[in-house]
Each structure stands twice: as structure tokens, then as C-alpha cells.
Design a protein around this ligand. Structure first.
Ligand code: PMP
Length: 456
């Protein structure tokens, strides 16, 4: 009888069929099929079993790691099956789903700052090392330098690809987080398939692709894709194995992940979008047919609230990158595009509350059947209704039209952004009109977000 650990590896390989791959054939190795949902289950298992074998992890011990998420999930999965405590140090820009998943598997999670670099005690790797020193019987996994990380890929991922491709692979496109995949698969190919080129897919802002291209260390930028890209060269990343490198913008990575789901039905995470974008650039630049492999590193299910969430994409400035310098730029959720959350006058307060909570907003515009704004309802209006009606069920059943505010101040989408300030001073939100059409709301939070994007 197999255990869940036996499901690690031996992942399926499929061919891209509905996206233009130029003269090449492009194959995807679905690492999302691993039990915790990512490619990192492989090194997690190998690193733990190696530590058990060499005595650095003893019964009752604690596994400590600095991780962007997926390694932590793999460690939590394998660690718990083997009876260890798992403690993960995670930078605060990581997606909530990964943290909830790790905790649900029994891992302890310490969230730390993502805006500090190596040498700062709050930097996730420095903090993990410090925690290891003060925890008895603790094993610091250190995926960035642990040789068992690339070994997992050299012994499993690489040989699987060669078997599945009948030994005929011209190029493999990888990302680098720790460098385990690059170095392990690259070493396997160097030994067993000398013609196979390793191609690096790197987020714009990471130092790795520019370093490969120019030989010089560039200034570090920032990127939103998770799991790949670095501000240093991890000891486990052997960049000498890389033949070509591509820098991919976040917007391109996200768009490719979305396209992969639409065209091929494969739900992949943001780093897989980066890999696909680079793989497609490589494929389309070839003059002869080549057989190219890349990875679905993890499942898009972990990123539904980001990569596949129109509100998040708009907030990050991916949806409407064209800037007019007007109130229009501040509006994140737009009614004509179907992304604004609204209520009708006849809806009840229960529906209002459900919508506020699920969209994480504190006010909603009230629109009539013809799309005209007839009111505004916010959390204080709902609360006031509850406080004046002792029967809670009755209060929640009241229609919006009885409770909403109807004294509205609208603002034109073409007005200068500064025109919002007097509205906010009066504690109003901006009801933004495009001619006589409702465009959406502009709140203080939207303006703060606008400044964050515009000035970064
Ligand atoms: N994609 C995702 C989503 C990851 O979490 C990771 C690991 N950080 C990678 C790709 C890169 O793998 P590696 O650590 O082997 O470089």
C-alpha cells in the first residue's frame, strides 16, 4: 500500500497544443501533481532523509527553514509524516494560501519582513539561522546550500524527463529560487544528454538573468512572482550550466499563467507563467524544430486571490497601465468591466454584509436596474440599522433602499486626482462618473494604492 510520500515525483508530462510555439514542440512537466502541490516536495523529502541518514536530524527534532512557501509545504508534509516539528520563517509578501496551507499541515510559521536584505536580523534566512541556534535539537535545512536539494533533481526530475521524452530533449527552461532544479537537472543533462541546453527564466528585478547575460551584478529590483528570482546567487545555483537567460516582467508572467489555463486547461502558479513566457520566447526564436521542456512548478490554486483575481491585478497596475493623471487611474474595480461590487435598492442587508465581507470592502454603491447610482451604503449604515432594530433577523432583512445614503457627490473620471482630496476630507468616497455612466468608486485606500504603484 502506497503512502502519500510515495506520490512524490513521477509527475506527468503533457504537450502544449493550443499556444503558438514557433517551429518547436513544448512540453510541460506537471510538478503541481506532487502531494503538497509543488516541485519542492522532491528536495524536501531528500533533504530530510539525508539529514536523518547523517544524524543531523534526530527523533523528536525540529526542522527549521527560511522559505518562500513551497519548500515549507514540502517540509511540513514530509516532516509531519515522520514525526518532526516543522518551523518555517516566511517573508510577509508571500501569498496567504501558502501560509494557511503550511499551518493546516501542522507547521509553525514565523512571518518576517520582506523589505530587508541579507545581514539584517529580520531577513528571513538570518532569522531562521538564529532560531535554529536557540532551539534544541533543531536542524536548519538551508535549501540554498544543502547539496541534497540539487541531488533530488539530479536523481529524479532529470532522469524522469529523459525517460518521458525518449531521451530526446533540446532545451529545458527552469527558474531559480534556490537553484536546486537548475543545478540538479543541469548536472543530469551534462552527464546523460550533452545536447540539452539549460535556459533560465528569471523575473525582471532579479539579478540572475542580467548576471548570466553581462557577467556583472546589476542593482536589485523587486518582483511579484513567487518562488523564483534572487538578490544574490545561491550556493546551490550553478549559473555556468545556463546557456540563455530571459528576464520576464511580472505582467507577462501573470498573463502567461492565465493564458495557460485558458488555452491548455492547466492551472499553474506565477513562476510557471515566467517559465512559460521564457520557453515561448525561446521556442519562437528557433530556426529549426526543437523539443523543449519546462515546468508547472506549482498549482495556480495557491494564487487564485492574486494571479487569477481581477481586483488584485488592477490594484497592482497590470490591468490599466495607461496613466491619465486623472481620477480614472484611481478606480480599481470598474463597473463597465464587471469588476465593481454593487447592490440593488431591493437587496437586503444580509446580502450587503455578505458582499462586503467577501470583497473585503466597507462600502458599496447602490445601482438601479438601468445602472444609475441611486445611493451608497457603508458599514456604519448597516450597523445603525442593527442598533435600532432589536430583532436581528428583521434588521438584516431590511432593504438597502431604506438604509442607504442618497445625498451623493459624484466626480468625473477626467477630473484631476487632487479633486478627490476635498471629498475625502468630508468623509465621502468618490462616486466616479464617465460621462453619465458609473465607472466605480474611488476610496482613500484606492488613492493610497495609486500612490504606491505610481511612485514605485
Ligand atoms: N517555482 C516555485 C513556485 C517555487 O516555489 C520554487 C522554489 N522556491 C521554484 C519555482 C524554484 O525552484 P528551485 O528552488 O529548485 O530553484
Amino acid at each position: 500500500m502506497a503512502s502519500v510520500l510515495d506520490l512524490i515525483g513521477s509527475t506527468p508530462l503533457i504537450e502544449v497544443s493550443r499556444i503558438d510555439t514557433g517551429p518547436c514542440r513544448l512540453f510541460l512537466k506537471l510538478e503541481s501533481a506532487n502531494p503538497s502541490g509543488s516541485i519542492k516536495d522532491r528536495p524536501a523529502r531528500t533533504m530530510i532523509e539525508t539529514a536523518e541518514a547523517d544524524g543531523s536530524l534526530r527523533p523528536g527534532g525540529t526542522i527549521v527553514e527560511a522559505t518562500a512557501g513551497n519548500t515549507g509545504l514540502g517540509l511540513a508534509l514530509v516532516g509531519a509524516r515522520k514525526g518532526y516539528r516543522t518551523l518555517l520563517v516566511v517573508p510577509d509578501k508571500m501569498v496567504r494560501e501558502k501560509v494557511l496551507h503550511a499551518k493546516a499541515m501542522g507547521a509553525e510559521v514565523v512571518i518576517t519582513r520582506s523589505d530587508v536584505g541579507k545581514g539584517n536580523p529580520d531577513y528571513y534566512q538570518d532569522l531562521a539561522e538564529a532560531i535554529t541556534r536557540r532551539t534544541p535539537n533543531a536542524f536548519f535545512v538551508n535549501q540554498f546550500a544543502n547539496p541534497a536539494n540539487p541531488r533530488a533533481h539530479e536523481l529524479t526530475t532529470g532522469p524522469e524527463i529523459l525517460r518521458q521524452m525518449d531521451g530526446d530533449v533540446d532545451a529545458i527552461v527552469v527558474g531559480v529560487g534556490s537553484g536546486g532544479t537548475l543545478t540538479g537537472v543541469g548536472r543530469c543533462m551534462r552527464e546523460a544528454s550533452a545536447k540539452t541546453e539549460m535556459i533560465l527564466a528569471d523575473p525582471e528585478g532579479s539579478v540572475l538573468a542580467p548576471l548570466v547575460q553581462t557577467g556583472r551584478m546589476p542593482p536589485v529590483g523587486s518582483w511579484a512572482v513567487e518562488g523564483i528570482g534572487e538578490d544574490f546567487v545561491p550556493p546551490n545555483a550553478d549559473l555556468d550550466l545556463v546557456r540563455h537567460a530571459y528576464s520576464i516582467a511580472d505582467s507577462d508572467s501573470f498573463a502567461n499563467a492565465r493564458e495557460l489555463l485558458l488555452q491548455e486547461g492547466v492551472l499553474a502558479g506565477s513562476s510557471s507563467g515566467t517559465l512559460l513566457a521564457a520557453a515561448l520566447r525561446y521556442c519562437r526564436a528557433q530556426n529549426e524544430p526543437k523539443r523543449v521542456v519546462t515546468f508547472v512548478c506549482d498549482s495556480g490554486a495557491k494564487y487564485l486571490s492574486k494571479v487569477f483575481n481581477p481586483t488584485f491585478l488592477a490594484q497592482e497596475g497590470f490591468t490599466h497601465p495607461h496613466r491619465h493623471g486623472t481620477v480614472r487611474d484611481v478606480v480599481v474595480s470598474r463597473y463597465p468591466e464587471g469588476s465593481a461590487i454593487v447592490v440593488r435598492p431591493q437587496d437586503n442587508l444580509r446580502a450587503v454584509f455578505a458582499r462586503m465581507r467577501s470583497a473585503d470592502v466597507s462600502q458599496l454603491p447602490v445601482l438601479d436596474a438601468s445602472g444609475h447610482v441611486v445611493g451608497l451604503i457603508d458599514e456604519s449604515d448597516v450597523l445603525a440599522a442593527l442598533l435600532t432594530e432589536p430583532d436581528t433577523n428583521k434588521a438584516f432583512a431590511r432593504p438597502v433602499r431604506d438604509v442607504m445614503v442618497t445625498r451623493l457627490e459624484t466626480i468625473s473620471a477626467d477630473a484631476p486626482i487632487a479633486d478627490l482630496i476635498p471629498l475625502f476630507r468630508k468623509d465621502y468616497v468618490g462616486i466616479v462618473m464617465d460621462g453619465d455612466q458609473f465607472l466605480g468608486l474611488a476610496t482613500r485606500l484606492d488613492l493610497i494604492n495609486y500612490f504606491r504603484i505610481a511612485r514605485s
